[in-house]
Design a protein around this ligand. Structure first.
Ligand code: ADP
Length: 443
């Protein structure tokens, strides 16, 4: 492998370019017309415009990306997260072109990308999960019959769902028919597949996920867990590692179960197994077959470079890190900085007229912004990730507050004031939160 095309934009494209540079690999960025002045396009060795602004005409256009790959003669493609990262078709097209897709196989993406198939896999590998329907629920009668046996509250989920979308919480029988029809319709519109399944809804769980990595030679390891309970509308905002409330036995239990699931799927590459955790029990939710936004917190406490390792594995090399049973070193936390109004959360794109990036001990910034950069309105509003680390959780939180207090982004609005409120909330500081925290906390 000599040259890698990064089929993405934003901070993750920058992160991957940096990893390639350290590995001595040449890089090709792709960008839309709107992203001509973006940092990833500037940092790569070569950069190819692949279409107009809307991602449907650029970052999601497989033929355009493959043209760029052919013109520049790359031998591998890294998909990042979002866009085509979980498209089995993209992985298949890359393979047909003889270009290495830096990720799992198309078949693994297909199986694990379907939450119903992933549930079946979890059952086969002895991974605990919530009571739910075994297959897709296609009629109101089927939905009602499951609801009567399992009891309320329930959650209806799109089999092909992702990104916190395509979920409906149902609290009683009267609501069920309407929510069921809405869920199917939304699943069809958003994901092109109306199939939904139903499972028990937990009121106050934590979101705990396990970082996995597997090579092409049958070696598997897990690299600790992350707690991603601070969410807004099922989308993560703050993540940390380790989870502040798990015992050592619980960590090992969930890590080993995640590895078992990956082995059952003969999984190869970087991946994450997501669980809900409540009253000492774990329940499998899904497996993500790509690098996650929140991977840096694991990199810090496990002292590993996950992207470089993912690329090395795609080159056919043997795993160079073993995380099993490894204790995390200190504590790490990530705040996702979005270009949005901190009160209404409405997107707030525009030109950054002044930018000061924080630094000092224990602070890492993964971002694509710079002084004078214009945040486009067409894409995700996340513009930076501030990652803090410390000997313990307290030091980590203090550093995060110090860094966010120092960070200045002028010309647009960001959610930094919102993060500062969460970071000084007593329940958050005590580590006593659930995925419901932002619905109930008085910030
Ligand atoms: P997506 O693929 O869209 O990210 P997930 O299945 O990973 O969807 O769930 C995202 C979030 O939705 C979880 O972190 C949690 O907050 C909430 N959630 C999902 N399933 C349940 C459930 N059964 N009970 C309570 N909350 C749930």
């Amino acid at each position: 492998m000599k040259k890698v095309l990064i089929a993405n934009r934003g901070e993750i494209a920058v992160r991957i370019i940096r990893a390639c540079q350290e590995l001595g690999l040449r890089t090709v960025a792709i960008h839309s017309v709107v992203d001509k002045e973006s940092l990833h396009a500037k940092l790569a060795d070569e950069s190819v415009c692949i279409g107009p602004g809307p991602s449907i005409h650029s970052y999601l256009q497989i033929p355009n990306i493959m043209c760029a790959a052919e013109i520049t003669g790359v031998d591998a493609i890294h998909p990042g997260y979002g866009f085509l990262a979980e498209s089995d078709e993209f992985a298949r097209v890359c393979a047909a072109y003889g270009i290495k897709f830096i990720g799992p196989t198309a078949e693994q993406i297909r199986t694990l990308g379907n939450k119903i198939e992933a549930r079946a896999l979890a059952i086969r590998s002895g991974v605990p999960l919530l009571p739910g329907t075994d297959g897709p629920v296609r009629t109101e009668e089927e939905a009602l019959s499951f609801a009567r046996s399992a009891g309320f509250p329930l959650i209806i989920k799109a089999a092909a769902g992702g990104g916190g979308r395509g979920m409906k919480i149902v609290r009683n029988e009267t609501e069920l028919p309407l929510q069921f029809q809405l869920a199917r319709k939304e699943a069809m519109v958003c994901f092109g597949n109306p199939d939904c399944f139903i499972e028990k809804y937990l009121e106050n769980p934590r979101h705990v996920e396990v970082q996995l990595i597997a090579d092409e030679h049958g070696n598997y390891t897990w690299l600790g867990e992350r707690d991603c309970s601070i969410q807004r509308r099922h989308q993560k905002l703050i993540e940390e590692s380790p989870c502040p409330v798990l015992s050592e036995e619980e960590r090992v239990f969930v890590g080993e179960r995640a590895v078992r699931l990956a082995q059952e799927a003969s999984y190869q590459s970087l991946g994450t197994v997501e669980f809900l955790y409540q009253n000492g029990n774990f329940y499998f939710m899904e497996m993500n077959t790509r690098v996650q936004v929140e991977h840096p917190v694991t990199e810090i406490v496990m002292e590993a470079d996950l992207i470089k390792e993912q690329i090395r594995i795609a080159q056919g090399q043997i795993l160079s890190i073993r995380g099993d049973g490894l204790r995390p070193r200190g504590h790490a936390m990530e705040c996702r900085i979005n270009a949005e109004d901190p009160e209404s959360f409405a997107p707030w794109p525009g030109r950054i007229t002044a930018y000061h990036e924080p630094g000092g001990p224990g602070i890492r910034i993964d971002s694509m912004i710079y002084n004078g950069y214009t945040v486009p309105s067409l894409y995700d509003s996340m513009i930076a990730k501030v990652i803090s680390s410390g000997r313990d959780r307290e030091e980590c939180i203090r550093r995060m507050r110090r860094a966010l207090g120092e960070m200045k982004i002028e010309g647009i609005r960001t959610n930094i004031p919102f993060h500062l409120k969460v970071l000084s909330n007593p329940a958050f500081v005590a580590g006593q939160v659930s995925t419901n925290f932002l619905n109930t906390a008085l910030l």
